[in-house]
Design a protein around this ligand. Structure first.
Ligand code: TXA
Ligand code: MG
Length: 348
């Protein structure tokens, strides 16, 4: 199959492909997704086959409006509705008790992850064809794609179309939040940070503004930060190897001097952040050495996966990455960096 490139204006063609149960790689505000109609078993099975995705890892369903997204859940807690109100459309996925029976999407769970993506054209497409299941459009275990070129590297010849919408603004996958309990639990940190979530819940906590707070509302005191899950069973996807370039990723403390031979360094530009800001290259470096410098965590997030892929193209054997402080977007970045740095088989 020859993979064609379309633009975000080709809504008719895209709708026709999806209605014919094809899969399409397309840009969202987070990363490129591999989308198919969620209601179609055969279309969604194609996603798993194309990606080489383990069958026990459920998919996120993308809806056109917050009402549509929440209608896919049952017993939606008040706090989830408030977060939807604050962050949708946007990079937050809510895990709800499922109101639909789409076992091909849910991978054996009775919950469903839903979100409303930001791009207008994408929500218009969803309005036409119905909710879309979409994991990141990489081959399983590879870094998520943040450009159309990354999608082609992984999936050319395996899918009919990649929609080229340029580079994704966030560059990291959505925050995944378990909303099936009395209080939310972060299963995967992302661009909507724990601090942002806590801020909205504190602001809208029942009683705070004399709001209802009755059924499904947050118990008092839940304006605190949402719990961050560390448990392996929390998000099915966390059991599988993830975000891993071919080169070995080594995390280093800021200011560390590394002997860079045949490597890439990813570090803040001089003067950024507390303490010694940069990772320095020492000695007479032999072989290829690449340096990628960033000024803000947003810039790091936007470029990280692309830099991983560049390192692989250049054939370097090691990528040294400066650790970042684990708050705000730093929590999501460190989560991905630690997965990238884990070696051996992360399964089981
Ligand atoms: O930003 C994103 O979320 C991108 C774009 C395309 O929307 N999608 C994405 O999907 O990153 P994927 O499949 O690569 O990652 C989804 C994560 C996985 O870790 C999966 O296990 C988890 O969400 N997940 C999906 N459904 C779940 C559920 N019902 N319960 C718990 N975790 C779930
Ligand atoms: Mg993924």
């Amino acid at each position: 199959m020859k993979t064609r490139i379309l633009s975000t204006r080709h809504l008719e063609d895209l709708a026709a492909l999806l209605e014919a149960d094809q899969v399409v790689a397309l840009p969202t505000e987070t990363v490129y997704g591999l989308a198919a109609r969620a209601a179609s078993r055969s279309a969604v099975e194609r996603i798993f086959a194309v990606k080489g995705r383990p069958a026990d890892n459920p998919l996120i369903v993308h809806a056109a409006t917050p009402e549509d997204a929440l209608s896919l859940g049952r017993h939606v807690p008040g706090y989830a509705a408030r977060l939807a109100d604050a962050f949708w459309p946007g990079p937050l996925s809510l895990v709800l008790e499922s109101a639909v029976a789409w076992p091909w999407v849910q991978a054996g769970h009775d919950t469903l992850a839903v979100r409303v993506p930001e791009p207008d054209w994408l929500r218009e497409l969803i309005r036409r064809v119905g909710p879309l299941a979409a994991p990141s459009a990489n081959r399983s275990g590879r870094p998520s794609p943040t450009t159309a070129a990354h999608c082609l590297t992984d999936l050319s010849g395996r899918i009919p179309v990649v929609v080229d919408g340029g580079a994704c603004p966030a560059g990291l996958e959505s925050t995944v939040l378990d909303c099936t309990g009395a209080a939310p639990v972060v299963l995967r940190p992302g661009p909507v940070t724990a601090e942002m979530i806590a801020g909205v819940l504190a602001e809208s906590a029942p009683g705070k503004r004399g709001e209802d707070g009755a059924e499904g509302g947050m118990p008092s005191g839940t304006g605190d930060a949402p719990r961050i899950s560390g448990g392996p069973a929390a998000s099915p996807g966390t059991r599988h190897p993830h975000y891993r370039p071919r080169a070995r990723v080594i995390l280093v403390a800021p200011g560390t001097r590394v002997q860079c031979s045949d490597c890439m360094i990813i570090a803040p530009a001089g003067g950024v952040g507390p303490g010694p800001a940069t990772t320095e290259m020492g000695g007479a470096a032999a072989g290829v050495h690449l340096e990628r410098r960033w000024h803000t965590l947003q810039e790091l997030a936007r470029n990280l996966y692309g830099w991983f892929r560049e390192a692989d193209r250049a054939g370097v054997s090691v990528i040294y990455v400066n650790e970042v402080a684990r708050h705000g977007l730093g929590a999501a970045l460190m989560n991905r960096l630690q997965k990238a740095a884990a070696h051996g088989d992360a399964e089981g």
